[in-house]
Design a binder for this molecule. Structure first.
Ligand SMILES: C[S@@+](CC[C@H](N)C(=O)[O-])C[C@H]1O[C@@H](n2cnc3c(N)ncnc32)[C@H](O)[C@@H]1O
Length: 219
């Protein structure tokens, strides 16, 4: 599955900014404002993609971006060079098994990623592990319209979206509950409010998954 995502995004890398740069701009800016990044804070962007949000961060913050697609990350690297962002570190890494130590980041954001990863619960567990206790976790994702007919259609096309690497239909509330991530606040963003931007506090309580996280846990 990860191999499929890598393949799909190696293709999208060349057109991603042209397609999704403007479409998701409102959500990106709103997320950045909600994150309220302060100097010296350490930020992790999971599935950073082409680094569209990189120019927004203050240069005094330490920003780390990971992505499973090398081609997407290459685009982020180009932005890092172009904007001379010496405060940014980029890694080719899987969200479900990150090599960072426990309690590393003050704030973690996963923007349009959680529906794309093969195992969202494992990814959330990893995000919680690397985020400091009482740190903040932000999830921004397309969740669809409130309209019942459109939402039925969206569920119908979910397998095709998944094949195209554009994310599958998931019940985000159920997932966050399972991951022991209570919602602190949230906003609807982007055109027709089709995306949810959610802020959670990291309580370091982990969900049971099929993978072993015991090695990393410290609580
Ligand atoms: C829809 S794009 C979102 C990119 C960026 N966060 C944004 O908001 O524009 C999804 C990104 O998640 C990455 N991704 C998918 N599965 C991943 C995984 N298991 N670990 C890390 N990144 C992953 C993809 O390579 C892609 O860059």
């Amino acid at each position: 599955m990860s191999e499929h995502i890598k393949k799909v995004y190696s293709f999208y890398a060349w057109i991603y900014d042209a397609f999704f740069g403007r479409i998701f701009e409102h959500g990106r800016y709103t997320a950045f404002n909600m994150m309220n990044v302060k100097p010296n804070e350490s930020i992790l962007e999971v599935g950073m993609g082409t680094g569209l949000s990189l120019p927004l961060y203050p240069k005094e913050a330490h920003v780390t971006g990971i992505d499973i697609s090398k081609e997407m990350l290459d685009k982020a690297e180009m932005k890092k060079q172009y904007y001379r962002l010496s405060n940014v570190s980029l890694y080719n890494m899987d969200a479900s098994s990150m090599s960072f130590a426990d309690n590393t980041f003050d704030k973690v954001i996963a923007s349009h990623v959680i529906t794309v990863v093969p195992d969202p619960l494992s990814a959330l567990n990893e995000i919680k592990r690397v985020c400091k206790k009482d740190g903040e976790i932000f999830i921004l994702n397309y969740t669809g319209c409130n309209n019942r007919i459109i939402s039925r259609f969206e569920k119908f096309i979910s397998p095709f979206r998944e094949k195209l690497g554009l994310g599958k239909h998931i019940d985000l509330d159920e997932l966050l509950e399972e991951a022991h991530l209570p919602i602190e606040c949230e906003r609807r963003v982007n055109f027709l409010n089709v995306c949810r931007l959610i802020k959670c506090k990291n309580n370091s309580v982990f969900a049971e998954t099929s993978l072993t996280f015991g090695l990393h846990r410290d609580s």
